[in-house]
Design a protein around this ligand. Structure first.
Ligand code: HEM
Length: 196
């Protein structure tokens, strides 16, 4: 049973490592912004493909974290009742559901609006003058949501390492404030040196 638990724990950790997509999507859109405001079909299509198809990968990694998390409770010392009796596990689960909700809003509401505008242009035909302006409100909202998702993912990790031993509240609050600053910085800049 210990081997199974260890394998579940490994899958749990590698799955949330791959949930770092919001960070890399922020880097992708900030790199795109450096290439100029005008719409460039090949570049914009490439970027939208990375973001659009990334949503499916996110769902898979989020579901893997949820399933392995529940199995870790089931096969581990905490028991499934920890889902509603352990505030750390409960908060992690609720925040994961919030993440799935935000991803669904982006994938099923925002992205289709962006795709509808993108469908107006063909690779070898000059794009309408105001296309970038019409795309902007959806892309700005998507970027804000990606930054918020990044903040939530980091906050869940801060909780994740406290499943058995809770940190002092000052440390937890301090780390969550740093998580918010990092997500804000990743929204505003290219964070060329990783942490800043
Ligand atoms: C995005 C969501 C989640 C993230 C980022 C996350 C992150 C983590 C992290 C960082 C650890 C610590 C690993 C260690 O100490 O080596 C952990 C452990 C754990 N997580 Fe999660 N978790 C998530 C969701 C969940 C959910 C939804 C559940 C339960 C329903 C869960 C249950 C557990 C359990 C039971 C452990 C303890 C494993 C152990 O150390 O024996 N996690 N998680």
């Amino acid at each position: 049973m210990d081997n199974l638990y260890d394998i579940l724990k490994f899958i749990h950790i590698i799955s949330f490592v791959f949930m770092a997509t919001p960070l890399f999507n922020l880097i992708v859109v900030n790199e795109r912004a450096l290439m100029g405001k005008g719409f460039v079909y090949a570049t914009d299509r490439y970027m939208e493909n990375i973001i659009r198809r990334g949503a499916i990968r996110c769902y898979v990694f989020q579901s893997s974290v949820l399933v392995t998390g529940i199995l870790l409770l089931f096969f581990g010392p905490l028991g499934i009742e920890a889902l509603w009796q352990n505030w750390v596990v409960l908060l992690k689960t609720l925040l994961l559901i919030v993440l799935m909700g935000l991803l669904s809003y982006v994938h099923f509401v925002l992205q289709p609006k962006i795709e509808a505008l993108m469908a107006e242009v063909k690779p070898d035909v000059p794009a309408p003058e105001n296309l970038s302006t019409r795309l902007k409100p959806y892309r700005v909202r998507r970027k804000k949501l990606a930054s918020f998702c990044l903040f939530i993912v980091i906050s869940i990790i801060i909780l994740g390492v406290q499943v058995y031993d809770v940190f002092s509240p000052i440390v937890t609050i301090g780390l969550i404030v740093i998580a918010a600053l990092f997500a804000w910085r990743a929204n505003k800049t290219l964070i060329r040196f990783g942490w800043f």
